[in-house]
Design a protein around this ligand. Structure first.
Ligand SMILES: Cc1ncc(COP(=O)(O)O)c(C=O)c1O
Length: 643
């Protein structure tokens, strides 16, 4: 295309030269003498100017195209994305949609102006000063497709908004703010008091106020997120490993219900999602779909779960209890890493405008929710333990990536406490570490692609853990034989062993990755690592039955427990660990191009802007903006102030 463009310009200049030259000849013949001399000068000046313009323009274009291509291939970091639009090769610019091309003319790249331009017929609230300030970091995002990826911060459809207000008023629904979920002590006392009478797993809208880390297993609220500090007898490393328990979250017993709420609520308060018209579609490998169905139910909407047919039986049993219409459970082919099949199904569903797809891999609100709520909860845990050990550093936040939403918590821990961010995946599907692929059984993680909402260029490390390790340690942690081995033969504290039932497969994976990280970095007793147990062992009883019938068909006793602990805990070494430099980060970032730009049709600008940390700061700054909108929404329903 660049060559073709140059040829076109070259051809145009030849035409002008020829025309200019002909004009001179004709005038010489017809008029003659003095006049001929004047006209020849004019013609020569015209021709020279045109030729100079063409040559300079063509050279400049060629330079910018080359710079753009080189910039992409080598990867850029800070500030580079903002430059991308001007250095982009012409092929890419031509491929950009007309809307995007027009938006590039918006002076000087105001994000709000961009949003408004994208919705010329909609009625917008005037942004408050706080909103404008918060969005300022996003000015570098240029023409980012805010609507597609759930980043709008204005009401874009007043009618839809009005219907949501009516629905919530009729059903007595109050929406919690992100700030309230981050710090539940700020939840109004009347709501807290009413919650006492509501079962934590009931389909009651008040349970929205339990979508945070400060629950116990019986519906009570705690002062500190429930957690365990794993000790050297179990982990084999001196560093304390702090694990926050996700199975305290209501309804689904996993923190993914937070991601679901985070994704839906901005869509409601911006008037994009209309509960009277839309079915909320929740594509996932299980827990996010369950969370989405729970949140939809609480918010008076219809939810649809899309998940691979081979996910654990417990996930389907839960869905069958919560969903009345069997059509609202859609089984896609394959298992954990078959996300492409989920996307294909969602593409088909999206043909029907009544289906509103809430794709956790592209909804930046997932990132925002964890940054705000999980990040603050984990920070609270670190500060709590630092009180008794003032020398305690936060060395790393370690978390397996499914949608990568949880990893956003690490961004807060990194910016405020210097923690490294270490992403974890299954060794059988090492997408980040080796650009590999494959099947595995660490349900919820490692979906064979790099999510769009993953802030890859802020990562510090990648660790891969085998699913066999998680399966076998799952047996150790959840059998009498295994627990007796740990307390008796290994000297692990009873209180620690008593918590091991709160570790689902990905939780065990996180712990193993934390151990490997501690070893790789040579961390000591004053270097804490923090991670989450997204769900508990109760979600995997059927997997353990399968292990008992298969791998351990001859029995699981102390010898088997000892072998598993030796191999996977004591043997958690520094293999399959990479601490990332810029080359490594960019390698992983660039891999996402094939999914998002080539396969899913994301604009190259939108893809590239994510290299820039300024973009992510802008995204994270949306939490208080949405909170203002939630407060306003609650005020309009009049159910309660909600603040
Ligand atoms: C059990 C489990 N662990 C870990 C994850 C990964 O969390 P995230 O999607 O926030 O990366 C998920 C996601 O669904 C999950 O279900």
């Amino acid at each position: 295309m660049v060559v073709a463009g140059d040829s076109l310009l070259g051809a145009a200049s030849v035409v002008v030269v020829v025309v200019g030259g002909s004009l001179v000849v004709v005038l010489v013949v017809v008029v003659g003498g003095t006049l001929v001399v004047v006209l020849v000068v004019v013609a020569v000046v015209v021709v020279v100017v045109v030729v100079v313009l063409v040559v300079v323009g063509s050279a400049a274009w060629r330079t910018s195209a080359t710079a753009g291509e080189a910039g992409y291939n080598t990867g850029r970091t800070e500030g580079s994305a903002a430059r991308a639009a001007t250095t982009m090769p012409r092929t890419t610019r031509d491929a950009v949609s007309p809307t995007c091309r027009n938006l590039r003319n918006i002076p000087p790249c105001s994000h709000l102006a961009t949003l408004i331009s994208r919705h010329p017929t909609s009625t917008f609230c005037q942004p408050t000063r706080r909103q404008r300030d918060s969005l300022r970091p996003m000015t570098a995002t240029g023409s980012f497709a805010a609507s597609r990826f759930g980043l709008l911060a204005e009401i874009v459809d007043q009618q839809s908004y009005g219907r949501s207000v009516d629905r919530c008023r009729q059903q007595g629904i109050v929406l919690p703010t992100f700030a309230q979920l981050a710090d539940p002590s700020s939840i109004p006392v009347d709501i807290t008091a009413s919650l006492a009478d509501i079962d934590r797993n009931a389909a009651d809208p008040l349970n929205l106020f339990r979508v945070h880390w400060y629950n116990d297993l019986h519906g009570g609220r705690t002062d500190l997120p429930e957690h365990v500090v794993l000790t050297p007898e179990l982990t084999g490393v001196d560093s304390p490993i702090i694990v926050a328990f996700g199975n305290r979250f209501p309804m689904i017993g996993a923190h993914k219900v937070l991601a679901a709420y985070a994704c839906l609520v901005p869509r409601v308060v911006t008037g994009q999602y209309d509960p009277t018209e839309h079915r909320a579609v929740w594509p996932s490998t299980g827990n996010y779909a369950r969370g989405g169905v729970a949140i939809s139910t609480l918010m008076g909407c219809r939810g649809v779960a899309v998940l691979p047919e081979n996910m654990s039986r417990e996930r389907f049993e839960w869905l069958e209890e919560w969903i009345d219409n069997p059509d609202d459970i859609i089984r896609t082919p394959g298992s954990e890493s078959n996300v492409k099949e989920i996307y294909d199904t969602c593409d088909e569903l999206a043909q029907d405008p009544a289906n509103f797809i809430l794709n956790q891999f592209t909804e930046f609100a997932n990132h925002v929710g964890h940054h705000e709520v999980t990040g603050r909860a984990l920070e609270r845990l670190y500060l709590h333990h630092r009180e008794s050990n003032p020398g305690l550093r936060l060395a790393a936040f370690v978390a397996a990536s499914g949608s990568s939403g949880t990893l956003a918590a690490g961004e807060r821990l990194k910016s405020d406490h210097g923690a490294r961010i270490v992403a974890v995946e299954a060794l059988e599907c090492p997408t980040m570490l080796y650009n590999g692929f494959g099947e595995h059984n660490i349900q919820g993680i490692g979906d064979k692609h790099i999510p769009l909402i993953h802030n890859v260029t802020n990562m510090d490390g990648v660790v891969a853990v085998s699913d066999r390790a998680c399966d076998e340690l799952g047996m150790v942690f959840n059998t009498d034989e295994g627990r007796t081995h740990l307390t008796g033969d290994r000297g692990v504290d009873d209180a620690v062993v008593a918590t091991l039932g709160h570790f689902g497969l990905s939780s065990i994976c996180n712990v193993l990755a934390a151990i490997k990280t501690a070893r790789e970095l040579g961390l000591g007793a004053d270097d804490a690592l923090i991670t989450v147990a997204t769900d508990g062992a109760e979600m995997y009883g059927s997997e353990r039955e399968a292990m008992a019938a298969g791998r351990y068909a001859t029995g699981f006793g102390s010898a088997e427990a000892a072998a598993a602990v030796d191999e996977h805990l004591a043997g958690a070494d520094t293999s399959h660990v990479e601490m990332l430099d810029e080359v490594g980060r960019n390698r992983i970032f660039n891999l996402g191009y094939f999914t998002w730009v080539e396969q899913q049709g994301v604009e190259l600008d939108d893809y590239e802007i994510r290299r820039d940390q300024g973009f992510w700061k802008g995204v994270q700054g949306l939490a208080p903006v949405w909170d203002d909108m939630i407060d306003e929404f609650n005020a309009r329903t009049g159910v309660r102030s909600g603040s």
